[in-house]
Ligand binder design. Structure first.
Ligand SMILES: *Cc1c(COP(=O)(O)O)cnc(C)c1O
Length: 394
């Protein structure tokens, strides 16, 4: 017999953990401090709202300090940062790039903007990131190592890069992925868009490959309304990224001279003015979200067939979105829970639709995806905003 699936008990557990006995519970509400509102007002008053203002550089310095990344380039959003990161990692039109099937669509879109093809790979069930062992088996079957890189024998294209993503803020197991990337001559670019504050073996994610990216979209742990950043240890790459994201304009007091086709991807100062205070409170926000995750662990401890996905042994999640996992026998009943929550205004969400189930990626090259498919059907994200779980400090 499958375990009981008692919607009343599940909703009660969510309400207990979130400390919201009644009323709606948003999935992920931003948390702003008075001082952040004042900083935005000051930016407006100063008229320094555009991209070439000191506030953007201050935001970059704060992010460098928060992540340990030697260089940070702020961008208009996370997708733009990913596009530039892939371009600077050498992704060319006609190449393939390995991305998890279970990710936000932007991971693949960024490759397509460059004329490349996403090649979808499977996840592992502990940290929910790209499964390095399964990927090795897949590459050994379909690819060959050549002096000029890794070639997909089935499509004839070069596989240029590997883009692990830190699912719901949980760190992917990066070491085996970095080894694999080395072995096969792949550039490693981390989509750490939702993982600001996440650590892998004590080190901030987004800092172990060629580059990593962050997003500051309104539903992320730290927000600038919209925004993103590229992280790298490579000073040349950072300089190139800054140049490309600012229309490739050559620095000069009056001349408008651009030396290549660049992008208008720089973060505006108005957004940065909100972000500075937010990043300064990152530790507090992570602590509150981790406390909320602990409350979910306790509230769901006695519910059969359900578990809160814990942190993997190799790192500490920022708990961007807490994930509830249904036992395989309950997978078919997930949508009853989503319906019920919707009726009460509780912001539950299924994971992203795996990319091979989207029309534009249904024919993309792919590895077998048993884990991604199972996870997509059995996970539910719970309300995870930092304001939930009772007043700060309790
Ligand atoms: C949010 C997100 C992005 C895109 O960031 P935007 O700032 O919205 O462009 C990319 N990848 C993942 C995994 C994300 O969660």
């Amino acid at each position: 017999m499958p375990p009981a699936f008692d919607l009343d008990r599940i909703v009660a557990a969510i309400r207990t953990a979130a400390d919201r006995p009644d009323g709606p519970i948003p999935l992920h509400e931003p948390d702003f401090a008075e001082s952040e509102l004042a900083a935005v007002a000051a930016a407006v008053e100063s008229t320094l709202v555009s991209t070439v203002v000191p506030e953007v550089e201050r935001f970059e310095r704060l992010l460098a300090a928060a992540t340990g990344a030697p260089h940070v380039v702020a961008t208009i959003n996370g997708t733009a940062a990913l596009q530039v990161a892939l371009q600077l990692a050498g992704l060319d039109s006609g190449d393939e790039v390995l991305v998890p099937a279970l990710t936000f669509v932007a991971t693949a879109n960024a490759a397509v903007y460059l004329g490349a093809t996403p090649h979808l790979v499977d996840s592992e069930p502990v940290g929910l990131g790209v499964d390095a062992a399964a990927l090795r088996t897949h590459l050994e079957r379909i690819a060959e190592r050549r002096r000029d890189g890794c070639r997909n024998r089935l499509t004839g294209r070069t596989i240029r890069a590997l883009v692990p993503m830190h699912t719901f803020g949980m760190p992917a197991d990066l070491e085996p992925l970095a080894e694999l990337a080395d072995e096969w001559g792949l550039a490693l670019v981390e989509d750490s868009a939702n993982a600001l504050g996440t650590l892998y073996k004590g080190r901030h994610v987004g800092t172990s490959g060629r580059c990593g990216v962050l997003s500051f979209n309104a539903n992320k742990i730290v927000t600038t309304g919209g925004g993103g950043a590229l992280l790298t240890a490579d000073g040349d790459l950072a300089r190139r990224a800054r140049h490309l994201t600012m229309t490739a304009k050559v620095d000069h007091p009056w001349e408008y001279f651009h030396d290549e086709v660049g992008y208008n991807f720089r973060l505006p100062g108005l957004n940065a003015s909100l972000g500075c205070g937010q990043v300064a409170r990152l530790d507090e926000l992570v602590a509150r979200k981790r406390r909320l995750a602990d409350r979910y662990h306790r509230a769901f401890a006695d519910l059969p067939g359900l578990r809160i996905v814990p942190d993997p042994p190799w790192g500490r999640s920022n708990r961007w979105l807490v994930a509830l996992e249904l036992a395989p026998e309950l997978a078919g009943r997930r949508d009853e829970l989503l319906e019920r929550a919707r009726g009460e205004g509780i912001g539950l969400r299924p994971p992203w639709t795996p990319l091979h189930r989207l029309p534009m990626y249904s024919a993309a090259p792919k590895a077998p995806l048993p884990v991604a498919e199972a996870l997509a059907d059995r996970l539910v994200n719970l309300p995870s905003g930092a304001r939930l779980g009772g007043p700060p400090g309790e």
